[in-house]
Design a protein around this ligand. Structure first.
Ligand code: FE2
Length: 272
């Protein structure tokens, strides 16, 4: 784990193992990546060579010790065959340049076989708990598409836990349940206050239960709250964009306060 106290660069091979012996200004051989970093908390870093694709985050503590290189670790296609097929299907749909509503309806249809796949179910039983309730939420990060930017995430939700009332910003989400049961509450705003500032007045407009194989489709701006069922539940998630690259909102139902945030903390995880 490198230690650093000022901005600079780190060098990685194509498995994102750190390379020694390079300095700023060196011309890198093909397949090597230079990552610029900053000695603060979370900083956006950009790929500086053509391959492997990298546009992620480097996480540092305040004393400058690097904790993790996020994003680059999840760039390879998942090992799990059903998930690899799903990547290919989504990429083929994106290539058709469909309207967003149609694109996400088709991705939802294509998600069925993945959710029913026995090896995905088996894999999900090994995933760590990610959601214990508001306000702390984490997501596993399996994959980020280098061309279209969609990502594969997952949650393991603690039984009977309840999230904050929130949206996923202006980004599409498909939330597919693998095991367990959840109840999704839906809200809409009845005020004319600014979207990001509030105060927001919320009205509940729906509530539906989902079980294994069901996909909850969450369009941009949709306000909702997830309630865990009587047992832990596992979900596979497709998002149009990686959390942390856009703002999401949480809503306080009592005070109307709207807070912007970066969404769930991402934990790179291999899907195999
Ligand atoms: Fe949500």
């Amino acid at each position: 784990m490198p230690v650093f106290h000022a901005g600079g660069s780190l060098f990685f091979d194509n498995n994102y193992k750190e390379l020694k012996g390079f300095t700023e200004g060196d011309e890198l051989p093909a397949g090597k990546t230079r990552v610029e970093y900053h000695p603060s908390t979370l900083k956006h870093v950009k790929q500086t060579t053509q391959w492997p694709p990298f546009d992620g985050w480097i996480e540092c503590t305040t004393n400058g010790r690097m904790l993790a290189l996020l994003g680059g670790l999840a760039m390879e296609k998942p090992q799990l065959p059903a998930a690899r097929r799903f990547v290919d299907e989504i990429r083929a749909l994106y290539a058709q340049e469909l309207d967003a509503d149609i694109l996400w309806a088709k991705i939802k249809d294509a998600m069925g076989p993945l959710l029913a796949d026995p090896s995905l179910k088996e894999s999900s039983r090994t995933w760590p708990l990610t959601v214990e309730g508001a306000p702390k939420v984490k997501n596993l990060l399996f994959y980020e598409d280098p061309d279209y930017g969609f990502v594969f995430n997952a949650t393991v939700r603690k039984a009977n836990s309840v999230t904050s009332v929130h949206d996923h910003g202006d980004v599409w989400t498909l939330y597919g349940l693998i095991e367990g049961h959840e109840t999704m509450y839906r809200y809409e705003r009845t005020d004319d206050a600014p979207r990001d500032i509030g105060p927001a007045q919320l009205k509940q407009i729906g509530c539906h239960n989902i079980g294994p194989g069901d996909v909850d489709s969450v369009p941009p701006g949709n306000i909702h709250q997830e309630h865990g069922g009587p047992e832990n539940s596992m979900a596979f998630i497709v998002r149009a964009q990686k959390a942390g690259t856009f703002k999401q909102r949480t809503y306080n139902q009592e005070t109307g306060e709207v807070k912007l945030n970066d969404g769930p903390t991402l934990i790179p995880h291999e899907l195999r």
